[in-house]
Design a protein around this ligand. Structure first.
Ligand code: GRF
Length: 208
């Protein structure tokens, strides 16, 4: 049984997709042991509570320094004894020590087809604003393993989504969530939970 912690900062629609997929059996062999947020007001914590999942807040605001926050976060993860950490709309930089300790055991969902519209400053609506500004015809989402860069780790899954005439950033974001993010993240967790993913020379290999 894969023990998973999901890290969130906001509304938690990706978390909800994971919760629903576990309940529906499209994610197998997996237990969500906790939802961890930097933001005590995150609606994602309500979603966790409604699903009977432990919600934990570890906020940088509660620590004197970033180093103290980083240490507290790693300690919290170690206490949970998780196999996989899933970043689902989590907006705080992951401590390098945590990336070392959980090498290739942290995945993130990014709302673009990496390497487009990613890296520092590209999150949330900003990603979709940039895509519309550039005039691309296809966007999408990516699940990748987290390394010490920003959106630079081995890509695991991607799914393309069409841009439609008259799209606003909000409409496009919603379509990317519905048609890509909410499908890819559960699929990624199920693949990992069933031992179907390996990383060779910095690239993922997925067994059929
Ligand atoms: C959204 O911008 C989503 O594309 C990205 O994180 C943000 C919040 O998602 N992955 P969520 O509703 O909190 O899962």
């Amino acid at each position: 049984m894969l023990k998973v912690a999901v890290m969130v900062s906001g509304g938690g629609t990706n978390l909800q997709a994971i919760i629903d997929a576990v309940e529906a059996g499209t994610i197998t062999n997996t237990e969500i042991v906790a939802v961890v947020s930097n933001n005590k007001g995150a609606y994602a914590l309500e979603r966790a509570k409604n699903a009977g999942i432990k919600g934990i807040v570890v906020s940088p605001k509660d620590y004197e320094t970033r180093e103290q926050f980083n240490e507290a976060l790693v300690q919290q993860m170690d206490l949970l004894q998780v196999d996989l950490i899933v970043l689902a709309g989590y907006l705080v930089v992951i401590p390098p020590a945590m990336i070392d300790k959980y090498e290739n055991r942290i995945i993130n969902i990014h709302p673009s087809l990496i390497p487009s519209f990613c890296g520092t400053g590209f999150y949330g609506l900003k990603v979709h604003e940039a895509a519309l500004e550039r005039g691309v015809k296809v966007v999408g989402a990516t699940v990748h393993f987290v390394d010490k860069g920003t959106d630079t780790g081995p890509i695991l899954l991607q799914k393309a989504v069409a841009v439609e005439l008259g799209d606003t950033p909000e409409v496009l974001q919603r379509r990317v969530m519905e048609q890509a993010e909410w499908l890819l993240l559960p699929q990624a967790i199920d693949l990992i939970a069933n031992g179907k993913v390996s990383i060779v020379n910095g690239k993922t290999v997925i067994e059929d």
